[in-house]
Design a protein around this ligand. Structure first.
Ligand SMILES: Cc1cc2nc3c(=O)[nH]c(=O)nc-3n(C[C@H](O)[C@H](O)[C@H](O)COP(=O)(O)OP(=O)(O)OC[C@H]3O[C@@H](n4cnc5c(N)ncnc54)[C@H](O)[C@@H]3O)c2cc1C
Length: 489
């Protein structure tokens, strides 16, 4: 066992958007910061390195109209009205049970909404530019903006600032557990360096920014179930996130928050070697499972509002896989690069029988499914860019929009599985990202941000994960630096 020679004001675990935002904000405030990162310097940045980083805002100055409402609608199951009666009081006056409760704290959400514009302007100081996305999805209910260069640009800009400001980075070092002083305050991290070498790093505060547990097969099976075998992380970056940060905090009494049995689901092509090979083209065809049967309304609404629920239905099919069956009418759909992000070509065939053989589903059933669907299509104007109401009649499940017969060869098929973008289960924090224990008290010296800060239940409030990491990372970094200044004074 060795101990790092320096004592830091802050140790940050993980160098994605949450960790880097914390580290740079703390360095700005004069703190001495150590970054502990599992990956090597070239691969560091977890999911953030690979994301397009869509942001649920109208502009850098304004979040979307539904921002807080969407979180409130997915606040955490059937909450006990007796406990919730105190939510309107100042959070400091909440009873301990409520402070530690696994649900979406409206103070955290309103802080996220209020602090988003200043956080994006702050990122702008490091050279990151944001612009609106004209067509984020084939059809969208809410606008999105993006950083030019995506998540990689965020990682590169903040990593550069981190080094320029004198931060110490320990790459290829995986945090394993937290060190506590005799009073229970967190005072460091025990890590594993290359060669299974134990290393203790001492510091006044620790930020857990090591993502979720999508890279840990054991935790996925424990929380999501054996079917988790059929999930694939949306990027190799997510494989670095093995959940130690969340576990080490739970082990010292942190309260859980976020939906441990769930995750952000997105439809992906399992053949792809890319990060983020999403397939959002299914509204213009049908989805069939291994038995050759339809199982879901492929066109229930705007893509941005419905793709996650639809992907969960794919996950629930035998083997967690489905095939999106299209035909030559696909040529009528514009913006296909937004809807088909895989580099793999579709599987093509001139007949349904040939197609069934290629994808391994029963041919007679596929023919029957397509025939029943085609017979249920009605006449009307097809409009791929908005909800056209072109619905089926007399077939179950119904298809509510964009229903046109599939009868013009060549038939084209994309396989679709559920990717796991990130897990929802994480740590309960207050609006300054301070971790709360199961007794409703703040754990001195411990913070969590990014995927490790639990906030999502049921349906992900799309395009808020990068934003949440940046906002709470920056707030925590500022708080840690200012607390240190107060102690010195
Ligand atoms: C293809 C793709 C598209 C996405 N699209 C969007 C989008 O449009 N909008 C959006 O908001 N979100 C999106 N997401 C999700 C978003 O990118 C992530 O949820 C977010 O970036 C997570 O940030 P983070 O800092 O919490 O974690 P990460 O960026 O994953 O960083 C975690 C870091 O911790 C390190 N680490 C893990 N464990 C340890 C340990 N024990 N010790 C030391 N280091 C450790 C990892 O190596 C990694 O560097 C997307 C993700 C992917 C993959």
């Amino acid at each position: 066992m060795s101990t790092h020679p320096e004592i830091f004001d802050l140790i940050v675990i993980g160098s994605g958007i949450a960790g880097l935002s914390t580290a740079v904000a703390a360095l700005e405030g004069g703190a001495r910061v150590c970054l502990v990162e599992r990956a090597n310097a070239d691969d560091a940045g977890g999911n953030t390195r690979h994301t397009g980083a869509y942001i649920r805002m109208k502009s850098v100055d304004e979040v979307t109209d539904d921002f807080e409402e969407h979180f409130a609608a997915n606040a955490g199951g059937y909450l006990d009205p007796l406990l919730m009666a105190d939510v309107a009081r100042d959070q400091q006056d909440w009873p301990p049970l409520l402070k530690a409760l696994s649900f979406v704290d409206p103070n955290v959400v309103s802080t996220l909404a209020i602090e988003s514009p200043p956080t994006l302007h702050w990122l702008g100081k490091y050279g990151v530019k944001f612009f609106p996305l004209d067509v984020p999805f084939p059809t969208s209910a809410q606008p999105r903006i993006v950083p030019s260069g995506g998540g990689l640009a965020l990682v590169e800009a903040l990593t550069k600032a981190f080094h320029e400001k004198g931060g110490v980075a320990l790459y290829e070092t995986a945090a394993q557990s937290l060190l506590q002083d005799d009073d229970g305050a967190v005072c460091g991290v025990r890590a594993l360096a290359r060669g299974h070498r134990k290393l203790d790093i001492r510091g006044g505060a620790v930020m857990i920014a090591s993502g979720g547990f999508q890279g840990n097969a054991e935790l996925l099976t424990r929380y999501i179930g054996p079917q988790a075998l059929n999930l694939r992380a949306m990027s190799v970056g997510g494989q670095h996130n093995k959940g130690e940060g969340i576990c080490m905090a739970l082990n010292i009494g942190a309260a859980p928050c976020g939906d441990f049995g769930s995750y952000h689901a997105s439809p992906m092509d399992p053949r792809s070697r890319r990060a983020g090979p999403s397939i959002y083209i299914y509204p213009y065809g049908i989805l069939v499972n291994k038995d050759g049967q339809r199982f879901v309304d492929e066109g229930p609404g705007h893509t941005d509002e419905t793709y996650e629920a639809l992907t969960r239905r794919v996950f629930g099919q035998p083997g967690g896989i489905a095939w999106c069956v299209l035909d030559a009418r696909l040529d009528d759909v514009p913006n296909q690069s937004v809807a088909i992000k895989t580099e793999q070509p579709p599987i093509e065939a001139q007949t349904l029988v040939e197609l069934a053989e290629k994808i391994g589903v029963p041919a007679a059933q596929l023919e029957a499914t397509v025939a029943a669907f085609n017979a249920a299509c009605s006449n009307g104007k097809f409009d791929p860019c908005s909800l056209d109401g072109l619905a089926t009649e007399g077939v179950l499940p119904v298809k509510s929009n964009w229903a046109r017969p599939i009868d013009k060869p060549p038939y084209k098929v994309y396989p679709i599985i559920s990717s796991i973008v990130f897990t929802f289960g994480g740590l309960k924090t207050d609006a300054l990202a301070r971790v709360i224990n199961t007794e409703g008290d703040i754990i001195p010296g411990l913070y969590a941000a990014g995927e490790a800060q639990g906030l999502y239940y049921g349906s992900y409030t799309g395009a808020t994960s990068v934003l949440k990491g940046a906002v709470f990372g920056r707030l925590a970094g500022q708080h840690i630096a200012s607390s240190k200044a107060t102690q010195v004074a």
